[in-house]
Design a protein around this ligand. Structure first.
Ligand code: RP5
Length: 152
């Protein structure tokens, strides 16, 4: 994520991965304030064994696109809700990538962070049958938790 201030949103991605038993790391990497850290992180990610990168940032959110420009790994972008523009700036700066450098862009805020975790797990499950089972069970529990009647 681009800043420690993004953690309140991005923790939902981490918690989703925890719930699914997916190993992960969490790092603050700012495209603007720590560009060398971003370069080092993105260019070494595949060699370090990472499989998917979830990049959350807000405002002029260059982190996901810049990360995607430096690795062939799938990059999932989470637009963090900004104070000034409620995350519309984040969304538009992440989603509108030029052809050739894809970023899989999720929804603004908590929902996007949760879904980034789920989508990363879904990608990883393609080559991990045990994770497929855990993901399927997670989805079933969610389905089972939906009430028929809003008044119980
Ligand atoms: C972005 O600027 C970060 O991703 C964050 O969402 C936003 C504000 O950062 P702080 O000023 O709170 O550190 O780079």
């Amino acid at each position: 994520m681009g800043s420690t201030s993004d953690w309140e949103t991005m923790r939902h991605a981490a918690e989703t991965l925890d719930a699914l038993g997916v190993a992960h790391e969490t790092r603050v990497v700012s495209a603007h304030r720590t560009p060398q850290r971003l370069y080092d992180y993105a260019t070494s990610a595949a060699d370090r064994g990472l499989k998917v990168i979830i990049a959350g940032a807000g405002g002029a959110a260059h982190l996901p696109g810049m990360a995607a420009s430096m690795t062939h790994l799938p990059v999932l972008g989470v637009p963090v809700e900004s104070k000034a523009l409620k995350g519309m700036d984040s969304l538009l700066s992440i989603v509108q990538m030029p052809g050739g450098i894809p970023v899989g862009t999720l929804a603004i805020g908590k929902a996007g962070a949760i879904n980034a975790g789920l989508l990363a797990a879904s990608i990883l499950s393609l080559s991990d049958p045990a994770l497929t089972e855990r993901l399927t069970a997670w989805r079933q529990r969610q389905t089972d938790s939906v009430a028929n009647d809003p008044q119980g």
